[in-house]
Design a protein around this ligand. Structure first.
Ligand SMILES: Cc1ncc(COP(=O)(O)O)c(C=O)c1O
Ligand SMILES: [Zn+2]
Length: 427
């Protein structure tokens, strides 16, 4: 039997994490009341049960230092709750995905400068590899034994793969009606896979209950959620670095729990505070499917409270009816002058086809939501066609083939002769 040696694999003997285990992170701070508590496997404030997030004491960080780092999220290790030598941990090393200039799509939409941040290039083909890698390292530092999650699909892939690579057991809880491809691309990594008769929100409730019974399990988006969520900041860092250390003027981001959108904004603000980019205004737009649009509905109604819904949409990866970060998405979009909008299933299919046809990028349904929302925001005049815009493609089309099955009839079947080809294709 081989033994893998991890740097800082367990907490110190007194149960406290080792010095430096969380890099420049100092403590957990409540987003509702500001109370602070020590870094640990906690996600709710002791005072008010509000959500906790990681606070830091950043040293000076230079563009050169980051630029000399590995081509993965670990180039930003100094800005994450991870130890300085994190790149030597066994993770999937996600991130540093391509930022594509989307001139064809821009022309079609009447825009001046448009980019696609294509996170389908991650190891399990969604942005979830970023958040899971940070959660995995936190779990190691906290001495937690099992990597687990409730998932709408992509997180399931990322957790099962990351656990396999780290040599940890995994437990993944999904709704029973997930896309077949997402079930298979989780099962292939081994680990325990449980499908519940119910929605994602039911799976999430069950996960919270299991986490309470098993304090040595790391449910990445439950008890180590503050660390997990920080991983999404790297999407914002990368966009800025790939633009030549500049913030875009507009970003369009899909919203399920809302964690990603709020953390991209946090990442942008940190870059400004650290002097890594020039400060300038940017507007953040959230994208949802109409069949699960609780945040867009609250935005439209001018409400601060997000009322839960029962999802019914082809965008299953975004089907969270009771989004934990919904109110914070509203804050970010309102503060920056953006909006939250939703699009129908037909518009989602058109969004997938539009991105594929113009840029050669095959997005999953979440990317279809984002591209269709971009188009709708332009049509209604809320997004400025002349401002530099980045649209996020966070997942891979091969995982949601059902959304494009009507394209199967596209092929023209002929006899293998030139005469038949000429008659059928060249008219
Ligand atoms: C492909 C994809 N994009 C976006 C999201 C939304 O992420 P968040 O829950 O952070 O809003 C998800 C969530 O599962 C996803 O799978
Ligand atoms: Zn609090």
């Amino acid at each position: 039997m081989t033994t893998t040696v991890y740097p800082h694999p367990t907490p110190a003997a007194d149960g406290e994490p080792r010095p430096g285990a969380f890099g420049n992170a100092t403590d957990l701070v409540c987003r509702a009341c500001g109370a602070r508590q020590p870094l640990g496997p906690s996600y709710a404030c002791d005072e008010c049960f509000g959500p906790l997030e990681v606070a830091y004491d950043f040293p000076a960080v230079s563009r050169e230092h980051i630029g000399a780092g590995p081509p993965s999220i670990w180039r930003y290790a100094a800005l994450l709750p991870v130890p300085a030598d994190v790149a030597s941990f066994r993770t999937t090393d996600p991130g540093w995905t391509r930022l594509l200039r989307a001139d064809n799509l821009a022309r079609e939409l009447g825009m001046r400068t448009l980019w696609v941040k294509d996170d389908s290039g991650n190891p399990t083909h969604s942005f979830k590899d970023r958040v899971v890698a940070v959660a995995l390292v936190a779990a190691r530092q906290l001495g937690l034994r099992v990597l687990a999650c409730p998932s709408t699909g992509n997180l399931a892939n990322a957790v099962a793969a990351a656990a396999a690579r780290a040599g940890m057991p995994s437990v993944v809880v999904i709704p029973h009606d997930l896309e077949r491809a997402k079930v298979l691309t989780t099962a292939v990594y081994g680990g325990t896979l449980v499908a519940v008769r119910g929605s994602y929100d039911d799976a999430n409730r069950l996960a919270v209950e299991i986490a309470g019974e098993h304090p040595d399990w790391a449910f990445v988006n439950v008890n180590v959620r503050p660390y997990y969520a920080e991983g999404s900041k790297t999407l914002g860092y990368e966009v800025a670095e790939q633009l030549g250390w500049r913030l875009p003027e507009q970003v369009v981001i899909p919203v399920a729990s809302g964690a990603q959108l709020t953390k991209v904004d946090k990442g942008f603000r940190e870059l400004v505070r650290l002097g890594l980019v020039e400060p300038h205004d940017y507007r953040v737009f959230g994208a949802q499917a109409t069949g699960c649009s609780p945040v867009a509905a609250a935005f439209r109604a001018g409400r601060d409270v997000v009322s839960p819904v029962r999802p019914d949409t082809i965008a299953k990866s975004l089907a969270i009816g009771n989004p934990a970060d919904g109110p914070y998405v509203l804050d970010v979009c309102r503060r920056t002058g953006g909006a939250v909008e939703d699009v129908s299933d037909d518009e989602i299919r058109e969004g997938i086809a539009l991105l594929a046809r113009t840029e050669g990028v095959f997005a999953e349904t979440a990317g279809g939501v984002t591209v269709a929302t971009l188009r709708k925001l332009l049509a209604t005049g809320r997004l400025d066609p002349d401002a530099e815009t980045v649209v996020f493609n966070t997942g891979e089309g091969l995982k949601t083939l059902d959304a494009v099955t009507d394209l199967a009839g596209r092929a023209v079947t002929i006899e293998p002769t030139y005469a038949a080809f000429r008659a059928a294709v060249l008219g």
